[in-house]
Design a binder for this molecule. Structure first.
Ligand code: M6R
Length: 616
């Protein structure tokens, strides 16, 4: 949610910043803007709409050379997506330019204070107040920008990443963070600040995590971190374990296509090094004492969107393997009731970005109640893993398309490893049982590969059905979260009404939605896994067909019993029941992508959305 880049060094800042914004546009694309410091002056260009509009403006009205600058790509919160509300925002004396991600909750009182002192605010944003406040604070701190930033940040409530430049201190970029992401890139020709390492991975793989309530003072050859009172603090260095090519399209038209195709590797990478020679699970990062694991009474998964669907899949497996009850909670709801959570609960926060504010807040609430916390996350150095007792990283590589794909598969993989690890430690499974599940998991990359080889009929079908008004998805058992995920993909990409239901629930109300011709996608359970589920699903299919639905069955190879009941069959490999989500979701991803394309939508950057949702 909003992408931020800052650079100070020996190179031309603008090129670096625009390239960084391109990499971070997935975070928000309502407007984009840049500011550079040149010849003792701030030069700002900003434009509503996607980055390309800013690039056109920069072509028509170029910026002077400069080696210090900042850039922003916006997901609007306060104020519509207009040129005026685009960042950077500049103080009335044209001295300070600021970019911001997050929400400043007390901006109204700050705005009133500024207005009563005669300041005229140009925009409707919460951000602009910061530019004016910093400029006003400077004289009282000997014009020291870091000190002015410290003073102003101490007055702000809410979540913010702020990055500022000062026309009178051209060798300096200052950043601050509270509850919102900001990482430092340490280069040889200069240093970087960004919401995400993707913005600077082209230039350096050496990075630094920032902690909560920290200020970072960036010069071409130095980086100093302080708290909001000016005390110097240490920041944790880390190395980015992927290179710039991983954040590029690599020959695909769309990031989503590339990311779908990367799923076999992503699953394989997430398993790598986590099974030892004697086929036992080793999760060195899951550093909870065995005694604590044995004393756990429940597991609670907190997550949002696709990550919550991965948690719902995991519930079936973890309960089955560990005999521990597993609750899956939408993170945005969790702390607003009185969840039963305490020291004998393991709270697993699943998040691709590691920055989702709802999930972070749920995690913090669980910690306050004394729960043990584990993050399952794809972004090294992000806030959720940093604030958890333990972390299992998924190794999906950067996920740029807003619609989550490879993150889902790797989140399921990681939660399965956690479930097996709990079972191993608690002694609820025999070693050979664990070994056989691990063998099934190890086989999944090649099974997903098989699905990817046969997506042509799915694409054709999507094109054929692209004018449908509504699509329903039915599943049972682990197929139910897959149905939810299929519907979510279609909503966010094709802007189409889509709902996922547990197939058995249909007759309790939703069946009224069935009208002649409506496409109903059914995730058919394996007839050899849980035969009873398969039979029940056939009955549910008959119920919707009797009312005129056209049925698209996602069914395993060799399941001939489905043939008489389906209008279209999409085949997936026959795999054990708990593994089926990993193959069944792939055609649904392809289906949604293709429908969105057919309907003329921007697949990688769907309307109204942003990749990383850092506001509640
Ligand atoms: O980064 P996170 O995994 O915490 O994100 C959670 C959701 O915002 C995310 O999965 C969202 O639902 C996706 N856009 C769905 O494709």
């Amino acid at each position: 949610m909003c992408g931020i880049v800052g650079y100070v060094g020996q190179k031309q800042a603008l090129e670096i910043i625009v390239a960084g914004l391109r990499r971070m546009e997935y975070r928000g694309y309502d407007s984009a803007g840049v500011a550079v410091v040149a010849d003792g002056k701030l030069e700002v260009r900003k434009k509503a709409g996607k980055l390309v509009n800013l690039e056109t403006l920069l072509g028509a009205d170029p910026l002077p050379n400069s080696t210090t600058g900042i850039g922003h790509t916006r997901w609007a919160t306060h104020g519509g997506p207009t040129d005026r509300n685009a960042h950077p925002h500049v103080s009335s004396d044209d001295r300070i330019a600021v970019i911001h991600n997050g929400i400043i909750e007390n901006f109204q009182s700050l705005r009133a204070e500024l207005e009563s002192s005669g300041v005229i605010l140009e925009s409707e944003t919460d951000t602009e107040v910061v530019a004016h406040l910093i400029s006003k604070a400077l004289p009282s701190v000997d014009h020291d920008l870091p000190r002015a930033m410290q003073a102003v940040c101490s007055r702000l409530e809410g979540a913010f990443t702020l990055v500022v430049v000062d026309s009178e201190q051209p060798d300096l970029v200052v950043g601050a963070r509270r509850n919102s992401p900001l990482v430092v890139g340490l280069g040889t020709d200069g240093n970087f600040l960004a919401s995400d390492v993707a913005a600077f991975v082209d230039h350096t793989r050496n990075a630094m995590e920032l902690g909560q309530d920290q200020i970072v003072i960036l010069r071409a050859d130095s980086v100093v971190v302080t708290d909001f009172s000016g005390n110097v603090e240490q920041a944790k260095p880390f190395t980015i374990d992927w290179d710039a090519s991983a954040a590029e399209k690599g020959g695909f038209d769309l990031f989503m296509q590339k990311e779908i195709s990367e799923q076999p590797k992503a699953v394989a990478d997430s398993l790598l090094g986590r099974i030892d020679e004697s086929h036992r699970i080793k999760l060195d990062e899951f550093n909870l004492e065995p005694a604590i694991i044995r004393d756990l009474k429940k597991v609670i998964v907190v997550a949002c969107g696709t990550a919550a669907h991965a948690g719902m899949v995991a519930k079936y497996a973890i309960e089955h393997w560990t005999h521990l009850p597993v609750d899956v909670e939408l993170a945005s709801e969790f702390r607003y009731r009185d969840p039963i959570v305490g020291p004998d609960s393991l709270v697993i926060a699943i998040s691709q970005s590691g920055e989702t504010m709802d999930t972070l807040m749920a995690l913090r609430h669980a910690k306050e109640q004394g729960a043990r916390t584990l993050a399952i996350c794809n972004t090294v150095g992000s806030t959720i893993p940093r604030e958890s007792d333990a972390v299992i990283y998924t190794y999906a590589g950067p996920e740029i398309a807003v619609a989550s794909t490879k993150a889902f598969l790797t989140q399921i993989t990681a939660t399965y490893l956690v479930g097996l690890f709990l079972a191993q430690t608690r002694g609820t499974m025999f070693e050979d049982e664990i070994r056989s599940v691990l063998a099934e998991l190890n086989d999944m990359p090649s099974q997903v590969d098989l699905v990817l080889d046969t997506t042509e009929p799915v694409q054709k079908l999507a094109r054929k059905l692209a004018s449908a008004r509504s699509v329903l998805f039915l599943g049972r058992h682990v197929g139910y979260p897959v149905a939810l995920e299929g519907a979510l993909k279609l909503k966010e990409l094709a802007y189409m009404h889509a709902e996922g239901f547990p197939a058995g629930e249909l007759k309790h109300g939703p069946i009224a939605l069935i009208e002649p011709g409506i496409p109903v996608v059914v995730i058919v359970p394996s007839p050899s896994g849980r035969a009873v589920l398969h039979d029940k699903m056939i009955s549910n299919i008959q119920e919707v067909r009797a009312r005129g639905a056209q049925v698209i069955a996602i069914a395993e190879e060799g399941d001939e019993s489905i043939v008489p009941f389906a209008d279209h069959i999409i085949r997936i490999p026959a795999v054990p029941t708990l593994m089926q989500p990993l193959v069944a979701v792939v055609p649904l991803q392809v289906f949604a992508l293709e429908m969105a394309r057919e309907r003329g939508h921007d697949v990688d950057q769907p309307r109204n959305l942003a990749k990383s949702v850092t506001v509640e």
